[in-house]
Design a protein around this ligand. Structure first.
Ligand code: NZQ
Ligand code: ZN
Length: 393
């Protein structure tokens, strides 16, 4: 087990009608004028935005709004938000939405609190030294941005999608009412469930020994999400299933399941190029590449995949050699993805990749051949090409 620092400072207001606490929470964390950030309209249609604004008014907190955040959020809108917030004298950021909306608010926060070009942080050129306070009202259980230290933004020029992680971007509070997620289309619910599972797996697939507690937390979390994802495909209004998945989404990505582990994240990097170039839902993109990644890296430590197969996917512990058990676990996971309507290869995502397009994805993912990703197995540009080929379908 590795040494670690665990830091999860976000205050969580969880449960039915937790939204009503939003204004008081903004006040508690010092906000006097908020920039309310939202997406393409779901929060308007559901009446959530009006409820949030009414809460702010009840607390005497001023606000301005910025809508139009797209999934796989773009730098341009964040820059617009930085300008608007400066002009309006905003001192608090209040995203109302999912990962894309929260990540846009994080980018705005860095832009407001630091001099210079905010993209520098995402390009890895320098680090932020401050952030304007953020509190989130979450509407989809998926990215985990409400408790994570990361944000992922796409720069329109070249469609480059990059993440930046900093504790200055962590939300001061997160309002999580599982009822808010009941309006999600089934595809988004399923895609979110995959993302939650993948945030757990990216940490779980490690060669680090002696990680029993974190392993068991991770295994339990994945089983919980799989079971409740199946329930939600039949009963989208099931409060308990919504609640289990929503809380799992935060715990999967707030650092808890990384404690003591050596993390991987190759599947995420491979996926980010897909969603940057083809604008697919992030979780669906992960489902499309994961099986190929798993088969490509499995030989590094088949016992780890065999443990996953038994403890998570319920594969019987037999006399099989670990590689056989591992393959059974990967297949069972792909079967689960199909059950909830998720793809298991890139063709099923609706993308027909040519050889040239695969080369281009690998070029971008490897930063022109200089970036190596992954921890379970180090993945370079040539490996990326092979995995994309396997995942092409
Ligand atoms: O824009 P609106 O109209 O709100 O519609 C959204 C959007 O189309 C819709 N939606 C959200 N809540 C809804 C709803 N529709 C009906 N009812 C509701 N209650 O869902 C769609 C997807 O929203 P989005 O915010 O994009 O989803 P998600 O939370 O999956 O975020 C994905 C983004 O987060 C990044 C991804 O790469 C992607 O850009 N990630 C961020 C991470 C982080 N900050 O820690 C980690 C992740 O690994 C991920 O990379
Ligand atoms: Zn993710």
């Amino acid at each position: 087990m590795r040494d670690f620092t665990y830091y999860a400072p976000t205050k969580v207001a969880f449960g039915r009608d937790a939204v009503e606490r939003t204004g008081a929470l903004v006040r508690e964390f010092g906000g006097t004028k908020a920039l309310v950030v939202y997406g393409g309209g779901s929060a308007v249609r559901s009446g959530l935005l009006d409820r949030v604004c009414a809460c702010l008014e009840a607390e005497g907190i001023g606000y301005v709004t910025l809508g139009g955040v797209k999934p796989n959020p773009r730098l341009g809108l964040a820059l617009e938000g930085i300008g608007l917030a400066r002009k309006e004298g905003v001192d608090f950021l209040l995203p109302v939405g999912g990962g894309s909306v929260i990540d846009t608010a994080k980018c705005i926060s860095y832009g407001l609190a630091n001099e210079g070009d905010v993209w520098d942080f995402y390009a890895g050129k320098r680090k932020a030294s401050a952030g304007m306070p953020i509190g989130a009202v979450l509407t989809i259980a998926a990215a985990g941005s409400e408790m994570s230290n990361s944000s992922v933004i796409t720069k329109e020029e070249g469609m480059i999608k990059r993440g930046y992680s900093s504790d200055f971007g962590r939300c001061r509070f997160a309002v999580m009412d599982p009822q808010l997620t009941m309006t999600l289309p089934a595809y988004q619910t399923a895609s979110g469930c995959v993302d939650i599972i993948m945030h757990t797996m990216e940490r779980y697939f490690t060669k680090e020994p002696d990680t029993m507690l974190t392993d068991q937390l991770a295994e339990g979390l994945i089983r919980t999400v799989m079971e409740n994802a199946r329930v939600l495909m039949r009963e989208p209004d099931n409060y308990n299933a919504r609640a289990q998945v929503m809380w799992a989404g935060s715990l999967a990505h707030n650092g808890l399941l990384g404690c003591g582990m050596a993390e991987d994240w190759a599947s995420h990097q491979l996926e980010h190029e897909l969603s940057a170039s083809y604008d697919v839902a992030h979780g669906a993109g992960l489902a499309a590449v994961w099986g190929s990644w798993a088969r490509y890296v499995m030989a590094e430590k088949p016992e780890r995949f065999a443990q996953y197969a038994v403890n998570v996917m319920g594969v019987a512990l037999g006399a099989d050699d670990p590689a056989v058990m591992a393959e059974k676990g990967i297949r069972a996971t792909e079967q689960f993805f199909r059950e909830i309507g998720m793809p298991t290869n890139i063709r099923e995502l609706g993308i027909e990749l040519s050889d040239e397009e695969i080369e281009e994805l690998a070029r971008k993912c490897s930063n022109d051949g200089v970036r190596i990703v992954g921890g379970f197995k180090r993945i370079d540009r040539a490996d990326m090409v092979k995995i994309y080929h396997m995942a092409r379908g």
